[in-house]
Design a protein around this ligand. Structure first.
Ligand code: NAD
Ligand code: MG
Length: 431
């Protein structure tokens, strides 16, 4: 039986992607109740200084940097701490394999699948922020979790809300799910405005502070499309029973309608420390009251009103595209995710326009094949192929366009933006 963390039974924790937006929020929650946790491993891709600093702060046993050329710097920065240092893709997987009770999967993109799968395969509690894993390998992840007894704890705020609303009720009691969406920075923008949008405008999310990739996904609403696929896997539900609802205030994080007619929702200010705290305390509840680092509680009187509207399918074609990919099955969700990662990277680098992202994804998904894809090696191969097709389509798209928005590469304003692996130049983010 899994018990909540306590000073007598400290929970051991590994954080994959500790230097990112979710990783840093996880550290903030852990620091409010340090007596309940012991840190096994922390990982990052290239932010070596931040990784060494957080490893020391948390007293981790192991710190892993993805880029092998940064190992000697990591060793230097950890000198005298007694913390083990390692580097490279195999070491990222080893970090996930270390015997921590609880693993935060917060690497961005399909690059996180192999380490996340390693944690699932050894039966850990896996706090799942990395939605791309479930989009491209949902059936495999769930089959491995069922085999090993791993518990998937949804951290994406919508899925965490549904998980909380579900409680101990069986999945069969669910009639409908309603995923709420802020609508992102272009919620009320015209198609013309979106066509001309630059990187900074697309990164400027009205409610959430997040990594660069998910911020762009929120602006195209591909994020909600990926979340639709994620929800169907996590809650074993058909996409026809999942609605998307625009809710500009991001207070109601999703709703669950039971077959008996009740609808339950989870509410909180838009702060990822809330779902992270839920996953860290599960199956109990953490007491964060009074801590400086605790999230603010809800003040509905100050908010006054909450509003809801249907999403606009014409301005946000990513929603229909994701739904169609899920319905088509086979390789379609793998292609959707891989093409989106390549296109978002190209947009952030100033090589394509904002609305080109979804055009590129649509072109790549056309190549989808039928039939189930449940083996890791097959998923990896389809992902790699989709990335090379997406790179070619992106180059053609970029060559034919002149931008009014500033070119000049990624911005540094979003956490993690400067260090994500440039998948498009390597053809594959897989290891
Ligand atoms: P981020 O870009 O801020 O951080 C990503 C982390 O992954 C960093 O620690 C980085 O070093 C590491 N990383 C990047 N590329 C890597 C690679 N190739 N191999 C190994 N490590 C790599 O991203 P984020 O916003 O924290 O998002 C992380 C995941 O959580 C994403 O899948 C995102 O969709 C999901 N998520 C994020 C939020 C949010 O509020 N940020 C909300 C819900 C879900
Ligand atoms: Mg979300």
């Amino acid at each position: 039986m899994i018990r909540p963390p306590s000073p007598e039974h400290r929970r051991s924790v590994t954080i994959l992607g500790v230097t990112g937006s979710i990783g840093r929020s996880t550290v903030a929650v852990l620091r409010t109740r340090p007596e309940l946790y012991r840190i096994e491993a922390v990982t990052a891709w290239s932010s070596v200084a931040a990784l060494a600093e957080v490893a020391r702060l948390l007293g981790a046993r192991l710190a892993v940097i993805g880029r092998e050329d940064l190992l000697s710097e990591l060793r230097t920065r950890l000198e005298g701490s007694g913390i083990e240092a390692a580097a490279g893709d195999a070491a990222l997987v080893e970090a996930a394999e270390r015997p921590a009770d609880w693993v935060m999967a917060a690497i961005v993109g399909a690059a996180g699948l192999r380490p996340t799968l390693a944690a699932v395969r050894r039966g850990a509690m896996v706090a799942l922020a990395n939605k791309e894993c479930l989009v491209c390998a949902g059936a495999l992840m769930l089959a491995e979790a069922a085999r090993s007894g791993a518990r998937l704890l949804p951290v994406d705020s919508e899925h965490n809300a549904i998980f909380q609303a579900l409680g101990a009720a069986p999945l069969e009691s669910i009639a409908r799910l309603t995923l709420t969406a802020s609508g992102g920075p272009f919620r009320d923008a015209s198609i013309e405005t979106m066509e001309a949008a630059g990187v900074e405008e697309a990164l400027a999310h009205p409610n959430w502070s997040m990594g660069a990739k998910i911020s762009i996904d929120s602006a195209t609403m591909m994020n909600k499309g990926l979340e639709l696929i994620e929800a169907c896997h996590l809650f074993a539900i058909d996409e026809r029973h999942v609605d998307i609802l625009v809710h500009p205030q991001s207070i109601v994080h999703s709703l669950l309608t039971f077959r008996d007619g009740s609808t339950l929702a989870q509410l909180s200010p838009p702060d990822m420390r809330v779902p992270i705290a839920h996953a860290l305390g599960w199956p109990g509840r953490l007491d964060l009251g009074g801590a400086d680092t605790a999230p603010a509680t809800l003040d509905l009187a100050a908010l006054g009103a909450l509003s809801f509207q249907a999403p606009d399918a014409a301005r946000f074609p990513a929603l229909g595209l994701a739904r169609a990919a899920l319905r088509a099955g086979g390789t379609a969700p793998i292609l959707l995710n891989a093409a989106n990662e390549v296109a978002v990277e190209a947009f952030l680098a100033g090589r394509i326009g904002f609305r080109d992202i979804v055009r590129i994804v649509a072109a790549v998904v056309e190549e989808a094949e039928h039939g189930p894809v449940t083996e890791y090696e097959d998923i990896r191969a389809y992902d790699a192929r989709a990335r090379s097709v997406a790179v070619r389509v992106t180059e053609r798209t970029g060559a034919g366009r002149v931008f009014s928005s500033r070119p000049g590469g990624r911005t540094d304003c979003a956490p993690g933006a400067s260090e994500a692996k440039v998948v498009s130049s390597k053809g594959s983010a897989w290891t």
